[in-house]
Design a protein around this ligand. Structure first.
Ligand code: ADP
Ligand code: MG
Length: 252
């Protein structure tokens, strides 16, 4: 029997239109096909502007594609809202923007309630996530007063509120101090290994993809230009290491 993929992206196109009088069109995704198996730790790697965030937002259902569809655990989600599907996913944004006046704890409480967690259960969950992400010092700091890296950690904490089966992490370590990045990468590995969840992360850092991901899709100008294990990508680009492979794939 064929196993159902955790995430299946079929022929996704997305064009952004900006400017009113002289509209500009950006083809952010140009025909993306992707299958992510249950339990994979999958990386979408590519330079800035490649379309990584657009892809994650589309998978999460936050952006409607012009064409194509996204299947989550076999359920077609385009134009449809499946409560159970949404309840099984979460995403950490690469550029989190929560209500500015809420403290870290208040923001986590707020999003927790949106996921239907209340009372003591919510307190326990928020406390444990604050501890997990080492946010104790910042728990009562307003969101607009946080550093980029701390906002990022708050966003990862938020993404774990509903114990997702499919976790999307957009640039999870961008803006973090190197020592914190190391910890976050360790945490991602642990979450994936211990909880057996499917993790899809984006990064523009080749090292991060190499260290964390079983398979990697390299994306450039909204298209996947390489896909597979790091060994396969190195072989395909005739590179000695992933750094060389990245340079080769990112070149115009
Ligand atoms: P990445 O995450 O890989 O850096 P993005 O998905 O953010 O790439 O962006 C892909 C392309 O789409 C870029 O050229 C970016 O400038 C453009 N883009 C992203 N969001 C918007 C938007 N809301 N309006 C117009 N253009 C956008
Ligand atoms: Mg991005």
């Amino acid at each position: 029997m064929k196993k159902i993929a955790a995430v299946e992206v079929q022929g996704i196109f997305k064009t952004y239109k900006s400017g009113f009088f002289r509209p500009r069109f950006t083809m952010a995704l140009q025909g993306i096909d992707l299958v992510i198996h249950e339990g994979e730790l999958f990386g979408v790697l590519g330079p800035n502007g490649a379309g990584k965030s657009t892809l994650l937002n589309t998978i999460m259902g936050l952006i409607t594609p012009d064409k194509g569809c996204v299947l989550i655990s076999g359920n077609n989600t385009c134009g449809m809202f499946h409560h159970e599907v949404r309840a099984s996913m979460n995403m950490s944004s690469g550029n989190p923007n929560y209500p500015w006046a809420l403290t870290v704890r208040e923001a986590l409480n707020f999003y927790g309630m949106l996921y239907g967690i209340w009372g003591k259960k919510l307190h326990i969950k928020v406390d444990s996530l604050i501890e997990l992400m080492e946010l104790e010092k910042h728990a009562n700091t307003r969101f607009d007063e946080l550093s980029t890296g701390t906002k990022q950690r708050t966003s990862i904490a938020k993404s774990l509120l509903n114990d997702p089966k499919i976790l999307l992490l957009d640039e999870p370590t961008s803006g973090m101090d190197p020592n914190i990045s190391v910890k976050i990468r360790g945490l991602i590995k642990r979450l994936h290994g211990e909880l057996k969840i499917t993790v899809l992360l984006t990064t523009h850092m080749m090292r991060e993809a190499e260290e964390l991901c079983g398979r990697i899709a390299f994306i450039k100008d909204g298209k996947i230009t390489a896909l597979g294990t790091k060994e396969k990508i190195q072989k395909m680009t005739k590179s000695k290491n992933m750094e060389e492979a990245f340079i080769e794939l990112a070149a115009d």
